[in-house]
Design a binder for this molecule. Sequence first.
Ligand SMILES: *Cc1c(COP(=O)(O)O)cnc(C)c1O
Length: 236
Amino acid sequence: MEAATEQMQTSAEIIRTNLAHIEARIAAAAKRAGRSAGEVRLIPVTKTVGIEECRILRELGYTHLGENRIENAEGKIAALGPPVEWHMVGHVQRRKAREVAALFSRVDSVDRLELAEALEARSAALAKKLPVLLEVNVSGEDAKSGFAPAELPQALDTIRGMPHLIVEGLMTLAPLVDNPEQVRPVFRALRELAAGLGLKALSMGMSNDYEVAIEEGATEVRIGTAIFKAEHEATE
Ligand SMILES: *Cc1c(COP(=O)(O)O)cnc(C)c1O
């Protein structure tokens, strides 16, 4: 019992320390871009941690959390309840559309029309309006899912015609690189696409590249590793 409590305090401290560091970096990046830190929402991605860590985040005021798999998310969603809103950020199989539409507040990773159609049908059955982001494969990597920039306007038109989906913006995953400066053009391209299409939300930036993403206009960053890593792993 005592050991478990100590363990919990330790992870609460790690999380709090890491978040203070990250929030300071978010504010500094926003300032460099002439933006206010309040324009950027941090969405902790909790796929590598359990319910207790999610509770710690909620107590610290983080009410938007991200998960990439239903299997990992279900127990946490049931345990935390409102006001936490869950974002599906991972690849969704069509046959999982019903569960995803029922469990999540927003699907940030709508990466193909077939999925949008399935989510529309399931949301209609639930009499629910489902906010979504369209995932864009800006870098054109074969292994990556998402709409190609060139097909985005047509896809957006089609999805905007679906009465139970609300398209709030765009999402992308940048390629993994050593120096985040290398992916600045990816973030810039997503911002330009969103501006051209009249979309506001821009979910871009993860542990390795969130500062560059914010400088390029991210309104949301999805961060996992940097929040949960033990201090000795921290990079300065
Ligand atoms: C895991 C995950 C993140 C967070 O990644 P970190 O590098 O751990 O910050 C963000 N977005 C998606 C889609 C993820 O699956």
